[in-house]
Design a protein around this ligand. Structure first.
Ligand code: FMN
Length: 309
């Protein structure tokens, strides 16, 4: 299938922060990057970052909280040392760009533009950093300015990763399309907290973290549906994500309007999950006599007078 002019092996995308820099799972027996359409690399900033103090992850019912804090070696190291090691014959690779200022977003995007990377995801929705991140993503004016800035730095496909921690995600998407976004990733993690009742302190060193995994799937599906209402008229594709762990989950996202489906947290407990998701999607298409996966995208039939327009 095709996504933003890129040939994808399958509709699945491995999500940023869950697969290191694209090589992490290739050491797992039976795992192959060929099973997915694209791999999103860990969030990358202008300078190296050490990330947040521990604890950085905490398991919750049907999900997990994380506050890694964008630990990464900096864009120079990623472009000069890591990208040359990746096998671009296996899959498409998408960079994930973060920053504390517009200038940093511009510079990191420019460095990736001058590299073999296939596309660039703009992370304006990271809940785990003090400056930039979700503070940009929850403000439609700032979101649009970040997209505009990155657009000036590259002609490669730009995927804007939207925050679920805002009231009008569809309105924000509209602004990002006007600013030059080619696609969206919907959704990033939801802000959350866990408390140790003995110490009466937050479990996470950063006090709060981003909630991911099956617990957030219903929220993610609604957000994909809402953003799809805006994207449909412009032919703008969405990478739907949030709690996908089975073929049925992925099919729900496709029906809601996602052209591709991301898998993140599920990889931590089943690194080979993409194989069974691919098989399950093919079986579903056969069973329903649907020729191509794209024919399923956005086929949701709302009940009459549904509230989610
Ligand atoms: C440990 C961890 C680290 C993450 N790091 C990033 C990141 O660097 N950049 C980003 O855009 N999203 C990051 N995310 C968010 C995921 O890419 C994904 O959008 C989110 O977890 C929802 O999908 P899931 O429920 O399948 O994990 C991270 C998520 C986790 C669990």
């Amino acid at each position: 299938m095709e996504f933003c002019g890129l040939a994808f092996n399958t509709p699945l995308v491995l999500l940023s922060g869950c697969v290191g820099f694209g090589e992490e799972y290739t050491r797992v027996a039976g795992f192959s990057n060929r099973d997915v359409g694209a791999v999103c690399l860990k969030g990358t900033t202008g300078q190296p970052r050490l990330g947040n103090p521990p604890h950085r992850v905490y398991e919750t019912p049907m999900g997990m909280l994380n506050a890694i804090g964008l630990q990464n070696p900096g864009v120079d190291q990623v472009v000069d040392r890591i990208l040359p090691e990746l096998d671009f014959s296996e899959t498409r690779f998408i960079a994930n760009v973060s920053g504390s200022t517009l200038e940093e977003y511009h510079e990191v995007t420019r460095r990736f533009d001058d590299s073999p990377i296939d596309a660039i995801e703009i992370n304006i929705s990271c809940p785990n950093v003090k400056e930039g991140g979700v503070a940009f993503g929850n403000d439609p004016d700032m979101s649009a300015r970040v997209v505009e800035t990155c657009r000036k730095a590259t002609d490669k496909p730009l995927v804007t990763k939207l925050s679920p921690n805002q009231t009008d995600i569809a309105g924000n998407a509209r602004r990002c399309i006007e600013a030059g976004s080619d696609a969206f990733a919907v959704i990033n993690t939801l802000m959350g907290m866990a408390i140790d009742i003995e110490s009466r302190r937050p479990v996470i060193g950063n006090n709060q973290g981003g909630l991911s995994g099956p617990a957030i799937k219903p929220v993610a599906l609604l957000k994909v549906h809402q953003v799809h209402q805006v994207c449909r008229a412009h032919g703008i594709p969405i990478i739907g994500q949030g709690g996908v762990a089975s073929a049925e989950d992925a099919i729900e996202f496709l029906i809601a309007g996602a052209s591709a489906v991301g898998v993140g947290t599920a990889l931590f407990y089943d690194p080979l999950v993409c194989r069974s998701i691919n098989t399950g999607i093919r079986d579903y298409l056969d069973r329903h006599a649907i020729d191509r996966v794209t024919d399923l995208v956005g086929t949701l039939q709302l009940h009459g007078g549904g509230a989610c327009g």
